[in-house]
Design a protein around this ligand. Structure first.
Ligand SMILES: Cc1cc2nc3c(=O)[nH]c(=O)nc-3n(C[C@H](O)[C@H](O)[C@H](O)COP(=O)(O)OP(=O)(O)OC[C@H]3O[C@@H](n4cnc5c(N)ncnc54)[C@H](O)[C@@H]3O)c2cc1C
Ligand code: SF4
Length: 512
């Protein structure tokens, strides 16, 4: 009996469900680089190079372990360009009795997979993705009967279930969450340790050349290329984070410094999301560092919450709410994405820096994504479909299961408050407090109105004015509406007119 075992590009784990019970003498492992997946949105060049290189390295490791791997490279002459076409070719070549695959990361792919059994007339076993800590079914049970969901309660249950940072049945240190000790503004002269940088080997070089030739029109810089592309390298990157950055992760989690794209973040999302690292090992390594006195509790808890709480919570919402979630637009935002998101000039230094770093690294840290780029998209009323597409394209860690709830739910409030209890809207004051961007900006962050004023300042109030019907009943933003109620008419007129001038300028592709 021959089984065809398909491994997708984000399933690069040696203990992935599809490999369980593999008969190395008879089974075929199928891995494919397909045009459809690389171009259904025009992914960042670095993201494509990272994934193709990691896939090729993973296939070579499987071969070394004695598996029979059928690997289709993008430029193979007979490559059909789609999962279906490649499975059909493999069925013709190997005549398997069964296909086994692991549950995919995107609803779109799952819908196709479900149809394979009747299309190919072969049993297809879609196995649960064993790399996550909470299954979609378990999440749904947890969510049942709750009017609105809050990550914090889900996270506490996960800590108890996995016995992480627990002291008996109490949280370690007495609190579940140490954010009150976190999130300091950046200090002058803060020293950020250099990041992990992998060497480019022959496989990666070949892939970089391929991407340069075939995807030259995609957004983003291909080189310098420094991502880990094997599990060993990814483990190195993780260890480097635990020993050199975790200590200050909590303190500077929200800080942004010009020229310091990585700060004290872990830079492991790309490795976690494609399977080179496992969530529980990252959590346990952080917990071990804390127990050995090498990392403080506020940093350790904050880091663990991101992976055990946010990452799993976001995935649970995705599978529970798809496909409707992708269409949500509670605030009826309609504007197009301004050209500066693709690298056109802008005078707004915060956006300029975050987009420049995104273009260079296919990475921006959480607060850049949330409070600069996302905050702008929210208060400028950009249509969620354009914002989602942008985030899916530009980040090397972006797959729809994690990108969509973060964008539609967390930054755009497009789900009407299901994921986040209030919109994360902020004026320039927040960006000025948490970064040094405003020092190098043409606009004045202290000016509220007029052509020299920081656009975040008037767009913030215009956002609340525009969306009063949908938002004014939300008790968590009552304060904002009470402040607006006290503003005189001249001030309101100035806000509206500044916002209109700004919107007109971006529609006309003027530099703003
Ligand atoms: C608008 C927006 C879009 C985002 N899109 C993605 C995306 O496409 N892919 C992605 O992996 N993350 C996404 N995130 C979450 C987060 O920004 C990234 O996971 C993080 O910046 C990755 O960098 P890091 O590994 O240095 O993370 P750290 O800040 O060091 O955090 C550690 C880990 O926690 C996890 N994590 C933290 N926050 C989240 C979150 N909100 N959702 C899911 N996991 C989280 C990640 O696995 C991350 O590697 C998005 C956040 C926002 C606000
Ligand atoms: S002044 Fe406003 S636009 Fe300029 S960097 Fe600061 S927040 Fe951004």
């Amino acid at each position: 009996m021959t089984t065809l075992r398909l491994i997708l590009g984000d399933q690069l784990s040696h203990d992935i469900a599809a490999l369980k019970g593999c008969d190395k003498d008879n089974d075929i492992i199928l891995m494919v680089e397909v045009w459809d997946e690389a171009t259904y949105v025009h992914h960042h060049k670095k993201k494509i190079a990272f994934l193709f290189s990691a896939m090729r390295h993973f296939a070579a490791e499987l071969q070394d372990k004695g598996y029979s791997v059928h690997y289709t490279k993008l430029d193979d002459e007979k490559n059909t360009g789609s999962f279906r076409g490649e499975i059909e070719r493999a069925i013709k070549a190997y005549k398997p009795d069964e296909i086994i695959v692991t549950f995919p990361g995107e609803y779109r792919v799952l819908q196709d997979m479900i149809k394979w059994e009747s299309a190919f007339e072969i049993p297809v076993d879609i196995r649960e993705d064993n790399r996550f800590l909470c299954t979609p079914e378990k999440f749904e049970q947890w969510a049942q009967g709750r009017k609105s969901l809050r990550m914090e309660f889900f996270y506490r249950d996960m800590r108890r279930d996995y016995n992480i940072l627990m002291d008996g049945d109490k949280p370690e240190g007495g609190e579940w969450n140490y954010d009150s000790e976190n999130r300091k503004p950046p200090k002058e002269g803060l020293l950020v340790p250099p990041t992990y940088t992998a060497q480019i080997d022959d496989i990666t070089r070949e892939v970089i050349d391929l991407v340069a030739t075939r995807f030259g029109n995609h957004f983003g810089d291909l080189e310098p290329f420094y991502f880990a592309v094997t599990r060993d390298q990814a483990l190195h990157a993780l260890d480097k984070f635990i020993t050199e950055r975790l200590q200050k992760f909590g303190d500077y989690q929200d800080a942004m410094v010009e020229g310091e794209p990585w700060m004290f973040h872990a830079h492991i999302s790309f490795y976690l999301n494609c399977g080179l690292l496992k969530p529980l090992e990252c959590i346990q390594k952080a917990q071990d560092a804390y127990k050995k006195g090498k990392a403080p509790l506020n940093a350790t808890e904050g880091f663990i919450r991101q992976i055990m709480g946010w990452r799993e919570y976001i995935r649970g919402i995705y599978w529970m709410k798809m496909p409707d979630y992708a269409q949500e637009n509670f605030l009826e935002a309609k504007r197009k994405l301004p050209n500066f998101f693709w690298g056109a000039p802008t005078h707004m230094n915060c956006l300029k820096q975050c987009i420049k770093e995104t273009k260079e690294n296919a990475y921006a840290h959480h607060i850049q994504r949330l409070m600069v780029l996302g905050n702008f998209a929210l208060i400028a009323g950009i249509d969620p479909k354009y914002v989602n597409e942008w985030y899916l394209i530009v980040y090397a860690d972006a797959y729809e299961w994690v990108e969509l709830p973060n964008v539609s739910g967390m930054i755009l409030y497009a789900d009407g408050g299901y994921l986040a209890s209030k919109p994360y809207a902020a004026s320039g004051a927040y960006i000025n407090k948490m970064s040094d961007y405003c020092k190098g900006c043409k606009y004045s962050v202290t000016k509220k109105n007029g052509p020299q004023a920081c656009p975040f300042n008037y767009l913030y109030w215009d956002f609340f004015l525009r969306n009063e019907d949908q938002l004014s009943n939300n008790p968590r933003i009552g304060m904002g509406y009470r402040t607006l109620a006290k503003m005189d008419d001249d001030k309101i007129t100035a806000i509206k007119s500044d916002a209109q001038r700004f919107f007109k300028a971006i529609e006309n592709n003027e530099i703003v």
